[in-house]
Design a protein around this ligand. Structure first.
Ligand SMILES: NC(=O)c1ccc[n+]([C@@H]2O[C@H](COP(=O)([O-])OP(=O)(O)OC[C@H]3O[C@@H](n4cnc5c(N)ncnc54)[C@H](OP(=O)(O)O)[C@@H]3O)[C@@H](O)[C@H]2O)c1
Length: 252
């Protein structure tokens, strides 16, 4: 598929790495020299503007929300338009696009970098949805949600890597304070995150994992008691609640 990717920042670079493996990818950013470097690294091509790209089947907008209007205003033709911008609703994108109706709104996360992203998406158009899934299935797991639910999923999967990394950072710090070297601690926590995630994908609920690991009088039970005493569950819920509210606020 010929895909134009507009905005080669933090997210754009991660998407470029994932998508260029299976698609003809053309990168566009304000800074053409940097765009050429990113294109060389990812195996894509660089263009100075959308007008240089002939008949793209898909145009991905990965610029900051404040720049989306100017980008979508330049789009003509039947390409599927994928917007990564947090908080900008489909109705606004349609209003800003000159006749653009083929819109998929997505909330990806930074794990696109290693093809393990969660890509939550909302759309009303089945034809474009097929095209979108054909491209983005290689970037990670695509989850369709109602547009209003992009806000809570922004909190758990968009911001989620930072929340889990926050937990991981504290675990590593304490293991190092107890004598373990940092590289080993980081590997142990990383693989523990992967393994726990895999069990959850096999339909083990978080509660089942907790009950299976925490035998009475054991180490896990001792640690969990401290988490409960410090109301860690309430703190995590608050973080997700505030992040969801922030996403809602950005969408107004
Ligand atoms: N980062 C994440 O983890 C993440 C996760 C989910 C969703 N998102 C969404 O993804 C979008 C991009 O986020 P980001 O963190 O990657 O932003 P970023 O690092 O600022 O990257 C945006 C890039 O687009 C360029 N740009 C701005 N206007 C342009 C235009 N008219 N034509 C071509 N390029 C243009 C910017 O150049 P200048 O810097 O020169 O303006 C910059 O290089 C945002 O809408 C954000 O809400 C990001």
């Amino acid at each position: 598929m010929r895909i134009a990717l507009i905005g080669i920042g933090r997210l754009g670079k991660a998407l470029a790495t994932a998508l260029s493996k299976k698609h003809e990818l053309i990168l566009v950013d304000k800074d053409f020299e940097e765009t050429k470097k990113s294109a060389e690294k990812t195996g894509g091509k660089a263009a100075k503007g959308l007008n240089e790209i002939k008949n793209p089947e898909m145009i991905i907008i990965a610029v900051k929300p404040a720049h989306v209007q100017e980008v979508i205003g330049q789009i003509k033709g039947p390409a599927t338009v994928v917007s990564c911008a947090a908080g900008i609703p489909i109705r606004k994108l349609e209003e800003w696009g000159t006749g653009t109706r083929n819109i998929i709104r997505i909330m990806p996360n930074i794990a696109a970098e290693c093809n393990e992203a969660v890509i939550a998406y909302a759309t009303n158009d089945e034809q474009n949805e097929k095209r979108f899934l054909a491209a983005f299935s290689s970037v990670g797991v695509c989850l369709k949600v109602e547009e209003k639910n992009l806000d809570p999923i922004t909190a758990i999967s968009g911001s989620g890597p930072a929340f889990l990394a926050f937990f991981a950072k504290a675990m590593i710090a304490e293991a190092v304070a107890e004598g373990l070297d940092e590289a080993t601690a980081q590997k142990a926590v990383a693989q523990t995150l992967i393994g726990t995630g895999q069990l959850m994908l096999w339909d083990w609920s978080p509660q089942k994992i907790i009950e299976t690991v925490a035998s009475p009088g054991g180490t896990t039970e001792a640690g969990l008691k401290m988490l409960e005493a410090d109301k860690a569950s309430e703190a995590v819920k608050k973080a997700v609640k505030f992040a969801t509210e922030k996403a809602r606020e950005l969408g107004k």
